[in-house]
Design a protein around this ligand. Structure first.
Ligand code: 3HC
Ligand code: NAI
Length: 697
């Protein structure tokens, strides 16, 4: 038997242990090992019960995703679970860590499931563009009911052991060694002569739905609405529906066929790319393993505005005490008041218990004056975006804080190196660029300055992960990675208005592409005045946006921007006044308006971003194409099922993108559209962005 699965005896109980680090994924060797071990234990008459456990940090966390690009091999997971399901001796899965996906499906083949306190159980396949492919869509609802089963499968979110117990997904929560507790549980089952019924033959929670199939539609309706452009949710709903009228063996076969179809499809490939890119982004080439992050016991956030409040919430949510600092008492009260309002709203929605709100607020202290930052291990500055103010703040922090304090700035555009040099220790300074709303958005750009010490960089990354973000290292340049590429898109969006499109055409093209919102609806939401002020400071101009601002149309906050908003509504309505303004502007500038189709609009918006991404790679501002993809998926709503801009570029084909960019450069006279050297080279050589990482690895 392969070493990844071990079978041992403890009296009349057989104990099967999976040991396949790091997460006990169900590789072919593990599946084979499970078949051998379960068959042996089944056939041995002296074995009265079988316990399944796993070694290391977690129970089986799912199928081995690295095998998904290869041809399937036997035995399949369906075979493994069918074998376990048919065993007529009590089978017990004693789990810990994160039994996920195929890992949870294996436990659903057992008669009993017990979980260590702190275990999180789930079927996250949907997040990889898949559906459970080894009976999960049929067995889970039989155990926990359709409402919860569908929610788990369609959200992919794991649930804590306490909830799993309440739902009947597990039979007990334990403390201690899974194998030892599993054996004791098995003996209890034997002693009590408990009835054993495979999950596949339970029917009590599904039978009522069969009599009332309309209820099924109601249960899945909300999820179906959120599926926008994704194939997996539709497939999952179809598979769940089979619980009502398809015999389970046949339903599992059909579920498997659908799983295999999705596995081979473009969407799941893109989502798997993001899964691995996110993990890759955590690695910093050249950073020695000996570099250890500093311990962060206390944080301080400077500025309690839009960003400061959200950033402080991130620390409190992770259990790190945080001091929020303002210049005046009123600003502090306003900022902290907003934080409290935010938390209370979460509690009112049922997303958080009132005690959690109190605990988190209890971790926050407000203060006026920078002195209060002196004991912090990390300070995140989120004051106005003005160099003089930042300079003043960093100069003072330098004098106030200890030599080991990490000094971070949340600047969006300013030069992190220049900020660092306002201190006597530029090596302690790093950028931590959060995204709004900071307590919600997962992306965190970690800006590595020219002098940032490896230990400071490692600390910023570790803190980022601790507060639940996806940190990605970027270099210093105007707008770093995300905003720099966004700028390329924004310039083009304005230009399209002048050439013949209307805001709804541009936004429509991007929502059809899969973004949750187009650039103009987004500007209306953020407020047009913010970028207007910035453009004025730089002496730059955006024809349409500037005129709207001059008319006092700042977006949703004034009920008018690129669109009209009715009182109390956030739904953008096209405005004839804006259309007239756009047409008149084109005319004034001597531009002949021509209709633009959606494909052209999409290419005009996305390809320049890809071109900018290529330049970012050339300059070493991003470490790898996958980092750019992670930034756009987690920070800017790029559809995950397209894998981010650089992955998408590879799927479209680089020669086509190069040729289109050359055409755009001719059409607009904008030199920025000329293909970046890296893009041209790859297109010429038949290379891909993805290939760059593969070569580097
Ligand atoms: N297959 C292959 N490799 C996996 C894996 C999997 N299912 N899950 C994690 N890994 C790898 C990661 O790539 C990473 O590799 P690296 O060290 O080389 O970068 C390593 O294991 C550790 O992973 P994390 O860094 O993510 O470790 P964490 O402790 O932060 O998280 C986890 C652990 C919660 C298990 C997380 O890795 C995770 O969510 N994994 C994916 C779980 C999943 O999606 N399972 C379903 C798979 S699909 C399926 O089961 C189909 C079935 O229905 C037929
Ligand atoms: P904001 O204007 O909402 O808040 C800034 C706060 O800083 C104000 O409450 C102000 O009173 C306070 N402040 C100013 N000087 C101070 C000082 N010397 N000491 C203590 N507090 C001081 O601004 P916002 O939007 O929160 O931006 C803050 C920073 O975050 C800027 O650098 C901005 O570029 C960056 N950022 C903003 C994003 C956004 O979407 N708003 C996104 C990412 C970064």
């Amino acid at each position: 038997m392969p070493g990844v699965v071990a079978l041992r005896r403890d009296g009349e109980v057989a104990v099967i242990t999976v040991d396949n680090p790091p997460v006990n994924a169900l590789s072919q060797a593990v599946r084979t090992g499970l078949v051998d071990a379960f068959s042996q234990a089944r056939d041995d008459k002296t074995v009265k019960a079988i316990v399944l456990t796993a070694a290391g940090r977690t129970f089986i966390a799912g199928a081995d995703i690295t095998e998904f690009d290869k041809a399937p091999t036997s035995p399949t997971l369906v075979d493994v679970i069918a074998l376990i399901d048919a065993i007529e001796k009590p089978t017990i899965a004693a789990v810990h860590g994160t039994p996920l996906g195929g890992g949870l499906e294996v436990t659903l083949g057992c008669h009993f499931r017990i979980a260590a306190a702190g275990t999180r159980l789930g079927l996250p396949e949907i997040k990889l563009g898949l559906i459970p492919g080894a009976g999960g869509t049929q067995r889970l609802p039989r155990l926990v009911g359709m409402e919860k089963g569908a929610a788990m499968i369609l959200s992919g979110d794991p649930i804590p052991a306490s909830e799993a117990l309440a739902l009947g997904l597990i039979d007990e929560i334990f403390e201690g060694d899974p194998a030892a507790v599993g054996i004791a549980f098995a003996r209890k089952v034997l002693a009590e002569k408990r009835a054993i019924l495979p999950v596949s033959r339970r029917d009590d929670k599904i039978a009522p739905l069969r009599a009332d199939p309309v209820k099924f539609d109601a249960i899945v309706a909300a999820h179906a609405k959120r599926a926008r452009g994704l194939h997996a949710p539709t497939a999952a709903i179809e598979a769940l529906r089979m619980n009502l009228d398809v015999p389970i063996a046949q339903a599992i076969e059909r579920e498997r066929a659908k799983f295999m179809e999705l596995r081979g499809g473009e969407q799941s490939k893109a989502q798997r790319h993001i899964f691995f890119a996110e993990r890759e982004a955590a690695k910093i080439p050249g950073l020695s393993k000996d570099v250890k992050p500093r311990e962060i016991r206390r944080a301080a956030v400077i500025g309690a505005g839009t960003m400061g409040g959200g950033i402080a919430m991130c620390f409190a949510n992770a259990g790190i005490p945080v001091t929020v600092i303002e210049t005046k008492d009123e600003a502090l009260k306003r900022g902290l008041g907003l934080v409290e309002k935010n938390y209370r709203a979460s509690a009112a929605r049922g997303a958080m218990a009132n005690e959690d709100v109190d605990r988190r607020l209890g971790l926050m202290t407000g203060a006026v004056g920078l002195d209060a930052a002196k004991d912090a291990d990390i300070v995140v500055e989120a004051v106005f975006e003005e160099m003089d103010i930042k300079r003043d703040v960093f100069g003072k922090l330098d004098a106030l804080t200890g030599p080991d304090t990490v000094l971070a700035t949340n600047t969006s555009y300013l030069d992190v190196n220049a900020i660092a040099h306002t201190t006597t220790r530029p090596s302690s300074v790093v950028g931590m660029h959060f995204f709004s709303p900071a307590n919600v958005m997962k992306l965190l750009e970690i800006v590595r300055g020219a002098d940032t010490a490896p230990e400071v960089l490692a600390t910023a990354m570790a803190v980022g992960r601790k507060i639940g973000k996806v940190p990605v290292v970027v270099g210093v340049c105007h707008g770093f990675v995300g905003n720099r590429m966004l700028r390329a898109r924004s310039i083009e969006a304005e230009r399209l208005l002048l050439e013949g499109a209307l805001p709804q055409d541009v936004d429509g093209a991007l929502t059809e592409f899969g973004f949750p919102m187009g650039p103009f609806a987004m500007s209306d939401l953020a407020g047009l005045d913010v970028s207007w002020r910035m453009r004025k400071a730089q002496g730059a101009r955006a024809e349409i946006a500037d005129q709207l601002c001059e008319m006092g149309r700042f977006g949703q906050k004034t009920s008018k921007g690129f669109y009209l908003y009715e009182a109390g509504s956030r739904a953008p309505r096209p405005d004839p006044e804006v259309e007239a303004l756009i047409v008149a502007t084109s005319q004034r500038l001597g531009i002949t308006r021509t209709p633009l189709d959606r494909k052209t609009i999409t290419e005009r918006l996305i390809f320049p971003m890809i071109n900018e991404g290529a330049r970012i790679l050339e300059e070493g501002i991003a470490q790898r194409p996958g980092d750019i993809d992670v930034i756009w998926v987690y920070g800017y709503g790029f559809p995950i099922w397209r894998g981010g801009p650089m992955f998408y570029a590879d799927s479209v084909g680089l020669p086509y993108i190069r040729d289109r960019l050359i055409a755009f450069a001719k059409l607009t006279g904008d030199k920025r559209h000329e293909p970046a050297a890296l893009l041209s080279r790859l297109a010429k050589e038949g290379g891909t962005f993805g290939g760059l990482t593969a070569k580097a690895a």
